[in-house]
Design a protein around this ligand. Structure first.
Ligand SMILES: [Zn+2]
Ligand SMILES: [Zn+2]
Length: 410
C-alpha cells in the first residue's frame, strides 16, 4: 500500500466511524463549507449543509484531507460569492508558529524556492532573496517549543479579549488548530456585523500598532513644557500592559537585556543603579525626567520594546477577512492527522495539544523515516530518526507521513 493510500484509509476510517464526534459549528446552515480533496487535490467550495448529520455523511463519503467553514453567515451559502447575502461573521484570530520567530525554527523549518531552488532555514520569506520568486515548498514541524510560543501569544490575546474588550468566556472560544497554532473565535452579536475596517482596528489594538501612548503628543505643543513630554500610564488597557511589562522587565533585566532592547550602555547602567526610584517615580507616577542620565527618549524606546513583548502575534489577514474560511472543529488536519480541538479558554495553560488532538489511538505501523526530530505524541516519545525503519503508533505514523518524513513499509 502506498503511504498516501494508508493516510487516506485512516482518514476514511475516522470519518465513517460512528463513535467519531464532530461538533456542529453554530448556525451551520448559514455557513459555507469547503473541502480539500485527497485524491484530486482540489478545493471544493460553496457547499451548504442543513445539519451536522448531513455533513458527517458527506465527510464519510468524500474523505477530505481538510475541512473548512466560513466565519461568515450567509442567506445562501451555496451561491456565488457576490450573491451569498452576507449576514455577518465571527471575529476570528489565527496564531501560528509560522509567524512567530522562535529559536528553533532554524533547526526544523526549511523552505525551497519553487523558481530557482534556493534553500533556506527558518521562517519562509515573502520573496526569495536570490530570484525574488514568491512560491515556496516549505518543510515545517509542529514542534513543542513552537507550540509553546504560540500558546504564549494566545494567552496575551485571550487576556486582551476579556480584560480590554470585555467579552465573556462563553463568547470566546479557543481551539488548537491541528498543526502549529491556535484559533480564537469570538461569537457575539456586537462583533458579527463589523466590517473589515473595524476588524483592522481590533487587529491594530491586539498588535499594539500605532499605539498613541508613546510620544504621540505633537512635539510643538509640548516642547515648551519641560518634562511634560512622555507618557503617564493609567491602569487600563495598553497603559496597564505597558506598566506591568515595564515593571517586569525592569525587575529582571540585565545590562545586556537593556542593550538588546536598543538602549545605550550608559543609560542601561543608570537604570540599573536607580531601579527602585525608577519603579516608583517613573513607572508608577509618570515622572520620566526624574532620573539623571536617562532621558524621555530612552523611556520611549524601552516602552516600545516592551510593547512588542506584550502584543499578541496574530496572523492579521485572517481577522480582517470577513469571508474567511477556517478549519472546522473536530476535523483532521491534512498536514498532521491531528484534530482541531476546542478547550476552555481558561484552561489554556494546562492544554496539551500532543495528547488532546490525537485522533488515531489504536495500532502500530512500520515506517521508514527519512528524518524527524524527537517528538511527543499521545503520551509516547518518538525519535529522533534518521534513515531508519521503526514501528510506531498509528498517530505517529500518520504525522510522519503527512509531514513528508516517512513512508509505510508495505
Ligand atoms: Zn529563488
Ligand atoms: Zn520549534
Amino acid at each position: 500500500m502506498s503511504s498516501r493510500d494508508f493516510v487516506y484509509e485512516k482518514f476514511a476510517d475516522f470519518y465513517s466511524n460512528p463513535s467519531t464526534v464532530i461538533p456542529s459549528p453554530s448556525l451551520l446552515s448559514q455557513r459555507e463549507l469547503a473541502f480539500l480533496l485527497f485524491k484530486e487535490r482540489i478545493m471544493l467550495r460553496h457547499k451548504g449543509f442543513a445539519n451536522i448529520n448531513a455533513l458527517k455523511l458527506f465527510l464519510g463519503e468524500a474523505v477530505p484531507s481538510d475541512v473548512y467553514h466560513s466565519c461568515a453567515y450567509y442567506e445562501s451559502p451555496e451561491a456565488e460569492m457576490d450573491k451569498k447575502g452576507w449576514l455577518g461573521a465571527d471575529l476570528v484570530f489565527d496564531i501560528d508558529a509560522d509567524h512567530i520567530p522562535t529559536s528553533c525554527n532554524k533547526i526544523h523549518d526549511e523552505w525551497t524556492c519553487g523558481k530557482c531552488g534556493f534553500i533556506g532555514k527558518g521562517i519562509t520569506p515573502e520573496a526569495c532573496p536570490v530570484c525574488e520568486g514568491q512560491k515556496f515548498d516549505t518543510k515545517t514541524w509542529p514542534c513543542e517549543l513552537c507550540l509553546k510560543s504560540a500558546k504564549e501569544e494566545t494567552a496575551k490575546l485571550l487576556d486582551m479579549l476579556s480584560a480590554d474588550f470585555g467579552f465573556s468566556h462563553n463568547e470566546v472560544r479557543a481551539f488548537f488548530s491541528g498543526h502549529r497554532g491556535y484559533h480564537v473565535h469570538v461569537e457575539n452579536e456586537a462583533v458579527k456585523t463589523l466590517d473589515a475596517m473595524a476588524r483592522k482596528e481590533i487587529v491594530d489594538y491586539v498588535s499594539g500598532l500605532g499605539l498613541s501612548i508613546l510620544g504621540a503628543e505633537p512635539r510643538g505643543r509640548s516642547a515648551g513644557r519641560r518634562g511634560s513630554r512622555g507618557f503617564s500610564l493609567h491602569d487600563f488597557g495598553w497603559n496597564k500592559r505597558l506598566k506591568l511589562g515595564l515593571q517586569n522587565f525592569l525587575l529582571t533585566a540585565t545590562k545586556e537585556d537593556f542593550v538588546n532592547a536598543g538602549l545605550k550602555g550608559n543609560s542601561a547602567a543608570a537604570i540599573l543603579r536607580n531601579k527602585e526610584v525608577i519603579l516608583n517615580r517613573c513607572v508608577e507616577e509618570g515622572r520620566w525626567g526624574s532620573v539623571k542620565g536617562v532621558g524621555v527618549g530612552t523611556w520611549e524606546k524601552l516602552a516600545d520594546f516592551v510593547k512588542d513583548l506584550e502584543s499578541a502575534k496574530i496572523d492579521t489577514v485572517v481577522t480582517t477577512d470577513t469571508h474567511r474560511l477556517i478549519r472546522m472543529n473536530g476535523t483532521l488536519h491534512g498536514k498532521t492527522g491531528l484534530k482541531k480541538v476546542e478547550f476552555p479558554a481558561k484552561s489554556l495553560d494546562a492544554f496539551d495539544p500532543f495528547r488532546e488532538a490525537v485522533a488515531f489511538k489504536e495500532g502500530e505501523v512500520k515506517v521508514v523515516v527519512s528524518d524527524a526530530p524527537e517528538f511527543r505524541l499521545g503520551g509516547n516519545v518518538f525519535g529522533p530518526y534518521r534513515g531508519q525503519t521503526v514501528e510506531v503508533s498509528t498517530a505517529a505514523a500518520v504525522l510522519l507521513i503527512c509531514k513528508g518524513r516517512a513512508e509505510v513499509v508495505s
